[in-house]
Ligand binder design. Structure first.
Ligand code: NDP
Length: 386
């Protein structure tokens, strides 16, 4: 029998929803590139389209786990030495956590988690786990690759349009009873003809480029390895070898690289110096990719005309975090990868991984980050230990 400790975000302040805005969600047959969607053997313990990522939703895992004699503890209380998470961690076999409400598995916590064998991310992005410590302790780390990539790409497109067209302030004028056309349009532009560049053109970055192609923007990308010529010519992509070169050419910049030691703080005062005045920056990758205070300075100086994203550090962000109140921001809590549609996919993927792990069957390589003391599968391609 395994003890599964699952950390999820709190239920809505109005309580767990008794009903939803829509009755169904579309069925997605496969991901771009042909990878299959999750295929657990056991029946899903939830109705697709319901709220699964909050405490009462339990990722729909209870029926499967209890029917097979396992214990499931679900909590949102994750920070501080007296948290429910820390209380249960020493005898947990499996920890499940979402990047939106991460249970930070630091080296210290891993030291205390003597029985821990699997750290499972419901979603994508396992940087809340100290991967080096996990590898050293023989803990496997897994996530559901592709489960919410398109959800995030859609959010990025929304933020590009919202910032450039000045949607959020204009909406606020309408809500407040105003008809201030001049106020609404004095910062509003068309994206057509602008230069858009993504730093990181993997699953999400590439999906964003594909979607923005139809807006007749000039498309740029930067990553460590250049894409094949056929991919570049299909989308009309211009490659840049360094982030500094890309930002100097672009009006709208998107960050879509994983967070690891060498990408932390990538966007700092020096990087902003390379940008055009009035650039827009979107970050749905990880908050720590940007120097928090340098972003605020760049907005105040006009170097940035807008900043939007849904990732912060730490999460949840403290009430006084300056990104909540800085000018021209389109920030949201970390939500882009947790739409009801995405939740159905990553909850099914979590079930698939649990079934494999508990029945000693191999987990798909595309879901594995760390195994046998080293980076493997997606981990090998998308993460670094130092
Ligand atoms: P991928 O691994 O598919 O893509 C990452 C890309 O970054 C790759 O193309 C890689 O290319 C590039 N890259 C890696 N290191 C560098 C570097 N130092 N400089 C430039 N490029 C680099 O990841 P995804 O697209 O699936 O996700 C990207 C990130 O988005 C995740 O790491 C995660 O942090 C975040 N995310 C956020 C979500 C949310 O809800 N907001 C949900 C899901 C993910 P190459 O190796 O050629 O350099």
């Amino acid at each position: 029998m395994a003890k599964v400790l699952c950390v999820l975000y709190p239920d809505p302040v109005t309580g767990y929803p008794p009903a939803y805005a829509r009755d169904t969600i579309p069925v997605i047959a496969s991901y771009p590139g042909g990878e299959s969607v999750p295929t657990p053997v056991s029946p899903l313990g939830f109705r697709p389209g319901s709220l699964l990522g909050s405490v009462s939703g339990e990722l729909g895992l209870r029926p499967y786990l209890e029917a097979n004699g396992h214990e499931l503890i679900v909590t949102s209380d994750k920070d501080g030495a007296d948290s429910t998470f820390d209380h249960h961690l020493p005898d947990a076999d499996i920890v499940i956590s979402q990047p939106f409400w991460p249970a930070y598995l630091t080296a210290d916590r891993i030291d205390k988690a003597k029985k821990l064998k699997l750290a499972l991310t419901a979603g994508i992005g396992s940087d809340h786990v100290d991967l080096k410590a996990a590898a050293a302790h023989g803990i496997s780390v897994a996530e559901e690759t592709y489960s919410n990539s398109i959800s995030v790409a859609e959010h990025v497109v929304m933020m590009v349009l919202s910032l450039v067209r000045n949607y959020l302030p204009a909406h606020q004028y309408a809500v407040n009873g105003g008809w201030n056309i001049a106020d609404c349009v004095s910062r509003s532009y068309d994206v057509e003809g602008m230069h858009f560049g993504t730093i990181g053109a993997g699953r999400i970055g590439m999906a964003v480029l594909k979607r923005l192609k139809s807006f007749d923007m000039h498309l740029h990308y930067m990553e460590r390895y250049q894409q094949p010529e056929e991919v570049e010519s299909k989308l009309g992509l211009q490659f840049h070898a360094t982030p500094e070169e890309l930002v100097a050419h672009c009006d709208v910049i998107n960050l879509q690289v994983p967070l690891y030691p060498s990408t932390e703080g990538m966007f700092n005062d020096r990087m902003f110096d390379h940008m055009k005045r009035g650039s827009y920056l979107i970050n749905t990758a990880r908050g720590k990719l940007c120097d928090r205070d340098a972003v605020v300075r760049a907005l105040n100086s006009g170097k940035l005309a807008g900043y939007a994203g849904d990732v912060w550090f730490p999460q949840p962000a403290p009430v006084e975090h300056p990104w909540r109140s800085m000018p021209f921001n389109g920030m949201t809590p970390h939500m882009s990868g947790s739409s009801l549609s995405a939740q159905a996919r990553y909850a099914a993927g979590t079930l698939e991984i649990l079934e494999c792990f508990l029945n000693h069957r191999p987990i798909r390589p595309e879901y594995l980050i760390v195994d046998g003391g080293q980076l493997v599968g997606t981990g090998e391609r998308s993460y670094q230990l130092a």
